[in-house]
Design a protein around this ligand. Structure first.
Ligand code: CUK
Ligand code: CUA
Length: 646
């Protein structure tokens, strides 16, 4: 059956293949299917009986051809600025979601729709900066931390939130289409690093750490770091507007939120306020800042804030002695901050100290009430090894901490660590496993939710060194898959990745419900195109129009394999041209594209989506446009010409 035929009948390619398998069974006999054996997906029905064994049953990382993974991994793209979607346990890369980067394949950072999202909520200063530097959008980002929205302490599959340390932004990915839908620039901060969503009752707030201390107001000294501050930001995860900020001492590093909806946390290094490495690690102790969410909301309500660059900022500095924050001393330069899935503990990973400090969240009410001292909240501080950076959990009372300097993963028991802190003679350490090499973050399946299932652990290693074929001086990182379902950790897979995963979120496939095609009734991404078409009297879904409006030309076309509805259009040199392409395919996986010869333009146009781009037709001559997304036997022929008259 041809693609056209498939389109007409509405049969998806997948169900077509399933049907073929059934009809094949009749001819070739069941023996052949038995030999094939591994197909347990049973879409055609024929293979379902043969293979009860699957990745789930024997807990293998092997995912055979045609089989599906059990978890989505949302992997940070680090300084690439994007998010990668992987399948776990296969560790296959399934998709890349451009966020803070510009992307050649999809036109992210060039299409009107992506620019509306990227520049929708930026500061006037940034807008001016872009103009001054002849840039349409910030061209880079440094994306460390992807985290999914929560409802009632577990993932709800709505959104993934991410931050940009390079240009101080927080963005949101819609999981139903796996595209970035909102970006907000955070004022008053330098280096938005740690990011965590509120877990309970839902997200709710998305908490973002400003890492570097800077002068916040015009009256703060521009030269004396004693007058520089860090800012903690709460973004409203629904509206993606900034809810409030808190001014604090020290560089904020990583953060997390509790399971009760009362407190959130940030590790702080550089309590010294130093501007260099030696200075920043001088003190024996730094701290974790605890934020009292209800107290901050109350303070905002009462008007106890300064408005700085349009944001309400409360004073949570230690010297202010407010009820917004508490500062709990922990050993020198802590890094990762992780809440245990039982809802009881916050782990602060020592980095320069070989320890992880364990806080009992149930003692925080007393701390804020002044009944106990800050260190009284600490219930354990096990010595684990050199360079503890991040901790993950299996839901069975065990924690897994990365040891950056030792290049190891250490599995330890939380209860035993608490007993040892009380002076009992017990060793909390269960196992140390070599990883390759220098792990940063780690993450367990569902491990940051109350549904932590203790199946898989991924170690995101900063160096791969000799683990892969040499690809020159720049080496990939190594994302290693570890089986934690048994008593012992077992390393099962090396996964090279390009610059540079910091954090990964591992969510059960059942939590995420992506659509097969875009929805014409939900034009959130191309609303501007809908509005403009209406003004021009054009119906996007049936468009084949060229509208001249002074020196502006708007070209509306549809794409249905293998033709664009406008095969040729003419403009004058110097016209401002906008091309709108609407893909009217109704079946899944039939994406078209629009690439314009010598104009630096490529658009992804997904099934049932509209995409557009605006440019000045400064180059005269004949310029072919073509579909760059392989879509049809006549894909090469899917094109047309823009004629620019000099
Ligand atoms: S940070 Cu990178 S290893 Cu930016 Cu979450 Cu710890
Ligand atoms: Cu449409 Cu290729």
């Amino acid at each position: 059956m041809s693609d056209d035929k498939l389109n007409q009948t509405g049969l998806s390619r997948r169900s077509f293949l399933g049907t073929a398998a059934v009809s094949g069974a009749g001819i070739a006999g069941a023996g052949l299917l038995g030999l094939a054996g591994c197909s347990n997906k049973s879409e055609g029905g024929a293979a379902s009986g043969t293979a009860g064994s699957s990745a789930a049953a024997d807990h293998s990382d092997y995912v055979g051809p045609g089989e599906l993974d059990q978890y989505y991994a949302f992997n940070s793209g680090g300084q690439s600025g994007e998010v990668r979607v992987l399948g776990v346990p296969s560790m296959r890369e399934l998709m890349r979601i451009p966020v803070f980067n510009m992307d050649s394949a999809t036109g992210w950072g060039r299409s009107n729709e992506s620019l509306n999202i990227l520049n929708g909520n930026i500061t006037p200063e940034t807008r001016k900066f872009l103009q001054d530097n002849h840039m349409r959008c910030m061209p880079n980002g440094d994306l460390h931390h992807p985290h999914m929205s929560f409802t009632d302490q577990t993932y709800d599959g709505r959104y993934v939130y991410v931050q940009d340390k390079a240009n101080n932004r927080v963005a949101r990915i819609r999981c139903d289409v796996m595209k970035t839908d909102k970006v907000v620039e955070i004022p008053n901060v330098s280096g938005v690093h740690g990011l965590r969503p509120q877990r309970y009752p839902k997200t709710g707030y998305v908490f973002a750490n400003g890492e570097h201390i800077i002068p916040i107001t015009k009256t703060d000294s521009q030269t004396d770091p004693k007058d520089w501050w860090a800012i903690y930001t709460a973004v409203d995860g629904e509206t993606m507007e900034i809810a409030w900020q808190v001014q604090v001492d020290g560089n904020l590093d990583n953060g997390d939120a509790d399971y009760q909806g009362k407190y959130s946390f940030s590790t702080c290094y550089n309590s010294e306020r130093a501007l260099d490495v030696q200075g920043a690690s001088g003190n024996e102790q730094d701290w974790v800042v605890v934020f009292n969410i209800a107290a901050i909301e109350e303070g905002i309500k009462k008007g106890d804030f300064k408005e700085i660059n349009g944001v309400k900022v409360v004073d949570g500095r230690a010297a202010a002695q407010s009820n917004y924050t508490r500062y709990i001393p922990v050993p020198n330069s802590p890094h990762g901050c992780n809440a245990s899935p039982d809802g009881n503990y916050i782990m602060l990973n020592g980095k320069l100290s070989p320890t992880v400090t364990v806080l009992d969240v149930h003692k925080l009410d007393d701390l804020f009430a002044g009944k106990i001292q800050p260190r009284d909240v600490v219930v354990a501080e096990p010595q684990l090894g050199l360079g503890p950076l991040h901790t993950a959990f299996d839901g069975r009372g065990n924690a897994y901490t990365t040891l950056f300097i030792d290049s190891q993963m250490v599995k330890w028991n939380i209860d035993k660590a608490i007993q040892a802190y009380k002076g009992e003679k017990v060793d909390p350490i269960i196992q140390k496993l070599d990883v390759h090499y220098q792990p940063g973050h780690n993450h367990t399946t569902m491990g940051e939710t109350k549904e932590a299932d203790g199946k898989w652990l991924v170690s995101l290693n900063k160096f791969s060194k000799d683990r892969f074929l040499n690809v020159g001086p720049l080496k990939p990182e190594n994302d290693q898959l570890i089986d934690i379902s048994g008593d012992e950790m077992r390393l099962v897979h090396d996964g090279p990745s390009f610059a540079e995963p910091h954090d990964m979120l591992l969510v059960a496939a059942s939590k995420v419900h992506p659509k097969q095609t875009w929805d014409r009734n939900d034009p959130w991404m191309w609303q501007a195109a809908v509005d403009q078409a209406k003004k021009d009297g054009v119906i996007l879904e049936r468009a084949a129009n060229v509208i001249r409006d002074g020196k502006k030309v708007r070209v509306y076309m549809t794409a249905v394999a293998p033709v664009f509805s406008v095969p040729q259009f003419e403009v004058n040199q110097g016209d401002e041209v906008t091309v709108y392409v609407t893909n009217m395919e109704t079946i899944e996986d039939l994406t078209h594209g629009f690439t314009l010869d010598n104009y630096g333009i490529a658009l992804e146009v997904g099934p049932q989506a509209t995409a557009s781009v605006t440019f000045t037709a400064s180059r005269p001559g004949v310029h072919w446009f073509y579909c760059q997304w392989f879509c049809h036997a006549l894909h090469m022929e899917m094109g047309g010409q823009m004629i620019v008259k000099a």
